[in-house]
Design a protein around this ligand. Structure first.
Ligand SMILES: O=C(O)C(=O)C[C@]1(C(=O)O)C=C[C@@H](O)C=C1
Length: 96
């Protein structure tokens, strides 16, 4: 393995570390949102809120030189996981 590749991979590992920490924080907060939604019989998915978020994500991606389509695909994936968890919390509450 070249020193160059090692160095690049080390940078990737450091970024992954930060991303995992940020994702953990985000999922802790969405867990609270899910509990709130389940307690108040709100839908797991909120398309209006998502539309605003995706608009902002696209703008931020462009400012950071990130491909807007890549950013949107990643956030779609994260939000789909959140929605699945919210549906789980909702059904747990209904069945208990
Ligand atoms: O803000 C909410 O209502 C959430 O449930 C959080 C969240 C998100 O992950 O940002 C997830 C699903 C909704 O469709 C919109 C946003």
């Amino acid at each position: 393995m070249t020193m160059k590749l090692d160095h690049l991979r080390q940078q990737i590992d450091e970024i992954d570390h930060e991303l995992v920490a940020l994702l953990a924080k985000r999922f802790q907060i969405t867990e609270e949102v899910g509990k709130y939604k389940a307690a108040h019989c709100l839908q797991a998915q909120d398309p209006g809120r998502e539309a605003l978020q995706f608009k902002k994500i696209e703008e931020l991606a462009k400012l950071s030189g990130l491909h807007a389509g890549n950013a949107a695909a990643i956030f779609r994936c994260i939000m789909d996981q959140v929605i699945a968890r919210h549906e789980e919390l909702r059904s747990e509450r209904v069945s208990s």
